[in-house]
Design a protein around this ligand. Structure first.
Ligand code: 23J
Ligand code: MN
Length: 259
């Protein structure tokens, strides 16, 4: 039997589970709150085209208006100025083979419970690797912060005060390590963006975006259900919409994991 035949048999037998890592996408879905000097990204608005009525007697459909980076979404390399001149850096030109890859899930819930501004260090990655093995090239590194448990409370999810948002992320040296030493596919987070909440004040600002996308790596934001994944051994499917010249897109992120 081919591995695909085996996979399908295991799925049918319930030996492999499909985990949905996606937030519901609706008008209440939180979007990033950038400083007011920058243009805001709109959340989602839905307007009805027809619903079995005069406008369409047998059909229901809607018009969506939304930013590319709304809800559970994919960041393509062109999203950041550091990645703007890379080949095949837009949602319509990315290699589709890269939409499927292994996931390494780094549990930092305890650290984040102590400090919402927690930044994962290289030492933190190496401590995880000592337990679970080295992060393979082409892997998604998922930062399991527990932040998704705040998902139904917008204020708690954004966690902003006068200093701006307080949400966890990666130390700049860690983003560099993951790119240069581990050649990851990208990083995924439960928070609103792949940079920490305070990262707009870092030098350079938003270093994870700059480093990842400058190296052709991807981002996933606003993930859920990471508690249902093993630290290693899950396969992630994250295929952005094929938006022409798109910088990213809402995405349905699925993981296959041993049941
Ligand atoms: C633009 C500027 C800063 C950030 C972001 C976008 C995102 O998080 C995003 O959705 O890519 S931090
Ligand atoms: Mn984004």
């Amino acid at each position: 039997m081919s591995s695909i035949t085996n996979l399908l048999a295991d799925l049918a037998a319930g030996k492999i589970k499909v985990v949905d890592l996606t937030q519901p996408l609706g008008p209440a879905t939180p979007v990033i709150d950038l400083p007011p000097i920058f243009a805001p990204s709109p959340g989602l608005t839905i307007s009805e085209i027809s619903r079995y009525d005069d406008k369409g007697p047998a059909w229901y459909w809607n018009t969506l208006t939304l930013g590319e980076h709304t809800g559970t979404h994919f960041d393509a390399p062109v999203h950041w100025v550091t990645g703007k001149d890379l080949p095949n850096n837009t949602t319509d030109t990315l290699d589709p083979a890269s939409f499927i890859g292994p996931a390494c899930v780094i549990d930092v819930r305890a650290e984040v419970a102590q400090d919402p501004d927690f930044l994962l260090s290289i030492e933190g990655v190496k401590a995880w690797e000592a337990q679970h093995g080295q992060i393979p090239a082409g892997a998604w590194v998922l930062l399991f912060t527990g932040w998704a448990s705040r998902g139904n409370d917008k204020a708690a999810f954004l966690n902003a005060d006068a200093e701006g948002p307080h949400t966890p992320g990666f130390h700049q040296t860690t983003s560099e390590f993951l790119v240069k030493e581990r050649d990851v596919l990208g990083v995924g987070v439960e928070t609103i963006g792949t940079d920490a909440g305070q990262a707009g004040k870092f030098n350079p600002p938003f270093p994870n975006h700059g480093i990842m996308h400058g190296a052709g790596k991807y981002g996933l934001a606003s993930l859920r259900n990471l508690d249902q994944l093993p630290p290693t051994g899950a396969l992630l499917i994250a295929a952005p919409l094929k938006i022409v010249d798109g910088s990213g897109s809402p995405v349905r992120v699925l993981a296959l994991a041993p049941a």
